[in-house]
Design a protein around this ligand. Structure first.
Ligand SMILES: Cc1ncc(COP(=O)(O)O)c(C=O)c1O
Length: 308
């Protein structure tokens, strides 16, 4: 009986972009532009019709391989690479929000994400309510008739609080809002928010996905229709990942499972499932002593056991 490929196999062998010369390591298409055989072909590619490559801000084969791998590992319909994690978060947020919309976002999110929702989106006619807790009741209390986005970061930076993704995603569906979840700290090895109902996952690929402190990048993964809107926004705003950065990420993904497994193991051994003494934060995972038990129970449901 054939077994479906596991996480590590998919991280190494996934994607459909293949080198015609069959190199095991993918080529770096370090080019800004591609040649067209005719004006008509250029016009067709610029309009996203048919196969082929046009201009690296439109798309690039090396970048596409990274996107395909991420779509697969996160279980999304499609993915879009960006020049940084903030490039992913701002592009995704601006793609889903219209003037008059309302956003619910925890106060405890990555600092530049907080600045995005406090300073940038209000200039575009978007109201934001910052909530002091990350549990579903706090989200529920903040929801309004015009709420269009419930923003999640779990575990959050820097407190490592865990949000009940499934509950927030269900709430969003009920009120006709979209959910975006920042999955940077968990990585798709530990947690796949799309499987729990989230519409878009965002990452600072600068962290675990890259894994070597040598690439600043981001990625958005999720519903095809929303990725299409995000692509239009990215091509307009311009925070495009360069092909060498994409290649570094493809290489980083090949060891993501091994690295995160070791991180999990080390954390479990060091803290025995408890936050460090005197610490404000918490250690997510099945053995957690919880500051917010309900969320951590949700965390325990979805995280891999750190000792496995
Ligand atoms: C959870 C989280 N999201 C987003 C970001 C932003 O990522 P980048 O620095 O790649 O723009 C960071 C950066 O530390 C982060 O920790």
């Amino acid at each position: 009986m054939s077994k479906s490929p596991g996480f590590q196999t998919r991280a190494i062998h996934g994607g459909t972009v293949r080198d015609p010369l069959k190199s095991v390591s993918p080529p770096i298409y370090q080019t800004t532009t591609f040649q067209f055989d005719s004006m008509a072909e250029g016009a067709r590619l610029g309009a996203d019709e048919g196969s082929g490559w046009y201009y690296t801000r439109w798309g690039n084969p090396t970048t596409r391989l990274f996107e395909e791998l991420m779509a697969d590992l996160e279980g999304g319909e499609d993915a879009l690479a960006t020049a940084s994690g903030m490039g992913a978060i701002s592009t995704a947020a601006l793609a889903v929000l219209e003037p008059g919309a309302h956003v619910v976002c925890p106060r405890a999110v990555y600092q530049a994400t907080f600045t995005l929702f406090r300073e940038v989106t209000p200039k575009h006619g978007v109201e934001v309510t910052f909530i002091d807790a990350v549990d579903p009741d706090a989200y529920e209390r903040a929801v309004r008739p015009n709420t269009k986005l419930l923003y999640i970061e779990t575990p959050n930076n820097p407190l490592m609080q865990v949000t009940d993704i499934e509950a927030i995603a269900a709430m969003a569906r009920r009120i006709g809002a979209v959910t975006i979840a920042d999955n940077t700290f968990a990585s798709p090895f530990n947690q796949t928010p799309i499987a729990q109902g989230v519409d878009l996952v965002v990452h600072s690929a600068t962290k675990y996905l890259g894994g070597h402190h040598d690439v600043t990048a981001g990625v958005i993964v999720g519903r095809r229709d929303l990725i299409k809107r995000a692509t239009r926004m990215l091509r307009t705003l311009g925070p495009v990942l360069d092909p060498f950065g994409a290649w570094l990420l493809v290489r980083g993904l090949r060891t993501l499972g091994l690295r995160v497994e070791r991180h999990n193991h080390n954390a479990a051994g060091r803290f025995s499932g408890r936050p460090p003494a005197g610490g404000e934060g918490s250690l997510p995972g099945p053995a957690v002593t919880s500051r917010s038990r309900r969320c951590h129970q949700a965390g325990a449901r979805i995280w891999r056991d750190p000792l496995v």
